[in-house]
Structures are given as C-alpha cells and as structure tokens.
Ligand binder design. Structure first.
Ligand code: SF4
Ligand code: SF4
Length: 374
C-alpha cells in the first residue's frame, strides 16, 4: 500500500460558530498543520473568501469568527497576520463592515487591506506570466480560508478556486474573457494559480455552506456544520466531493489537478466525514456541444443565458461594470443582454447583490441538446 503523506490527510471537524468551541477546533487544526512554519515575525497572509459585501448568515463570505480564530492563532505565535482579498464586487472595506469582520477583529491588531499591487508570476503554459497580488507572493505563509459554496460556472468554489482572489480587481474578469467559455481552460488557470501560490494551510468553512445557484445572492445557505483542513488545498477539495456524494473528478479543478499530477494519490480522512446526499447543485448545461463547425452558433443561441428578473433589479450597475465582454446595457426597465457578445461566464450572476440574475437554458437549446445525446 502506498505510504500516506501528511499532505494527503484531511482533518474534518464538526463545529458551530459558537466562538470558544470554534476557536478550540481552529487552534487544534492550525497547530497540527503549521508544523513550525509560522514563526516569530513571519508575515502570514490570511486569505478568506470576500466575494461581496454580505452578512455572514448569507453564507457568501468566510465567516468572521473563522477569520478571527486564524488571526488569533497567528498572533499567539508572535507572527504578523494580514487579512487581504480582492472582492469581485463592492469594496474591501464594505465587505469588512457588512460582513462583520471589522467587529470580529476590533480588539486584535491586524493589518486588513485589499490586494493592490501585483507581481508578474510565471504559472506555466498556456497562461505563462500573469499578475498576482504582491502581498500574497511576498508572504512567508498563506492560510487559505475558503467558503464551501456552489458555483454556477464551476459547480463548487472551494480551496483551489479561493486562490483566484489573489488576482487583483479587474484583472479577474479579464481572465474570464481570455479563457472564454472553456470551463476546462478556466479550471486549468485556477489549478495553476493555486499550485504557484501553494497556501501552506487550507481551512474550509463549511459550517454554514451554500447550495443552489451560488456563489452569490442566488445561492441558499445550507448548514453542514463542518470545517475541513489540510496542508493541500487539492486534498480538501477532493474530500468535499466525497462528503457531497459526487465523484472527485466531477469538479473540474480536481480532474485537471489529477491530470497535472497535483492531486495526492491517497487522501486519508481524519475525523467523521458527514455523508451529504441531498446537496442542491446549480443547473449546469455544457457550454460547448454539437458538431465543431456549429459550436459558435450553438453557444450563442442554445446555451443557458443570463437573464434578469426585472422586479429584483435595482440598476446598481455591478453587473454591467463587471461583465468582461461588455454584453450588458441598462434599459429603462431591467437590462439588455447582447447574447452574441456574451461568453457565458456567469460573472454577472455571481456579482449581482440582489439575486436578480440567473441562467436559463433556451427551449431550443434543451431540444437540440437532448437530440444530440440520443
Ligand atoms: S453577460 Fe454575464 S455571462 Fe455574459 S459575458 Fe457578461 S458577465 Fe459573463
Ligand atoms: S441585475 Fe443585479 S447587478 Fe445588475 S444592475 Fe440589476 S441589481 Fe445591479
């Protein structure tokens, strides 16, 4: 039997957000995984999921008390914690305020700031040199604190995808545009970024997770009551798939990581992995299908499109400002989508603060896809 490495062990703990209990669990996990890496004066970057300003009970961002426990642990080690991210929507300061992180950290000295400057980093072909947050590249240790959420484009957002937040600001939609409708290409980008960043510890917040049309306001909070931790973000993601009763390679980043030799061969679970058999995943239609020569036409006319529920839209402008293809324009009532330009990245759904956007497959799309399957 192959020897289990420490990297392939995933620690699963049942816990709530009651702080004393959570802190004990987080300290236990961090001291198991730290193994002397966090030393006096080490610069430790704590990277939560700060998708957008939202209260913790919406399950859109890493819970403030999970962040607090990590910050306290780093402090106790005499190291220098920094909490940073680059929200897809809204400002970092608003996420801190509305997400309750300001409040949770008010009595601990900690540097909290958005990623701003970048370094050019070679993540390998086909992407080669890309810009990654300098604060992340320069840190001695990265503690990755993802949230367990469903994701309309990638199925789930977990440990590996959380590192995409180290791409600063508007560079993120630019990468969506460059990888286009090719989910596999986008997954490869995520895997390569995570492999280069190599967070030393990943602790996934799955206490209050999200199901349905995540990862934004379209998703529904779902209590799972677990945190999962490992040295290796890929191992955490694989263990989450087991917990949610799906095959590991259904998550594209897992499949790509395995192909690239980055997935640990043996993943041992330490603790009780709950069996969740009724998680609601987002409806995901393929973005490319049909005969090659017709794929462009089919994507434009038959693949799920973003649509707006006018009654919920407040014309805040987040979606059209973020859209990497400039395919959205405001109208007197609601929005107008240019479906020829739209690359079906579904970023607009992700960033809408009012849950006004969703994806809908066209009737023709359903018919053609079923016919092609026969
Ligand atoms: S309209 Fe939405 S799905 Fe289409 S390209 Fe813009 S952000 Fe992506
Ligand atoms: S759809 Fe959502 S993000 Fe776009 S303008 Fe309306 S409320 Fe804002």
């Amino acid at each position: 039997m192959a020897k289990l490495t420490a990297e392939s062990r995933v620690y699963v703990r049942s816990v709530s957000y009651a702080y004393e209990e959570l802190k004990q669990v987080m300290f236990g996990l961090l001291s198991l995984l730290d193994q002397g890496r966090i030393q006096q004066q080490s610069r430790v970057l704590i990277k939560p999921n700060f998708l957008a300003p939202a209260r913790p009970e919406r399950a859109m961002i890493t819970h403030p008390l999970v962040i607090r426990a990590a910050v306290e642990y780093v402090h106790e080690k005499g190291a220098l914690p920094q909490v940073s991210d680059s929200p897809a929507m809204g400002t970092f300061e608003r996420v801190m305020r509305e997400g309750g992180i300001d409040r949770a950290l008010r009595d601990i000295p900690v540097d909290c700031r958005p990623f701003q400057d970048s370094h050019m980093v070679d993540i390998g072909p086909p992407f080669n040199r890309i810009e990654i947050a300098a604060d992340a590249m320069d840190a001695d240790v990265i503690i990755n604190l993802p949230k367990l959420k469903t994701h309309t484009q990638m199925l789930l957002t977990l440990g590996v995808k959380n590192m995409f937040g180290c791409i600063v600001g508007l560079r993120k939609p630019e990468w969506h545009l460059r990888t286009g409708i090719d989910r596999e290409r986008f997954a490869e980008l995520l895997v390569r970024i995570c492999a280069v960043m190599r967070p030393a510890i990943t602790v996934l917040d799955g206490v209050l997770a999200m199901e349905g049309q995540g990862p934004g306001k379209g998703g529904v909070p779902r209590e799972l009551g677990v945190v999962m931790a490992a040295k290796d973000a890929f191992a955490v993601d694989a263990a989450v798939c087991r917990m949610l009763s799906i095959k590991e390679d259904e998550l594209l980043t897992n499949r790509l990581a395995a192909k690239m030799g980055l997935m640990p061969g043996n993943i041992a679970i330490d603790g009780e992995l709950p069996a969740v058999r009724d998680m609601h995943f987002p409806a995901m239609a393929p973005l490319v299908f049909g005969p090659k020569g017709l794929q462009g036409f089919m994507r434009r006319h038959l693949v799920q499109r973003p649509v707006c529920r006018t009654s919920l839209c407040r014309h805040c402008g987040e979606c059209w400002r973020y859209c990497p293809a400039t395919a959205i324009e405001p109208e007197m009532q609601g929005l107008r989508f240019d479906y020829d330009k739209c690359i079906r990245c579904y970023c607009c759904i992700e960033v809408c603060p009012y849950g006004a956007l969703s994806s809908r497959e066209t009737v023709a799309g359903k018919v053609v896809r079923r016919a092609l399957k026969r």
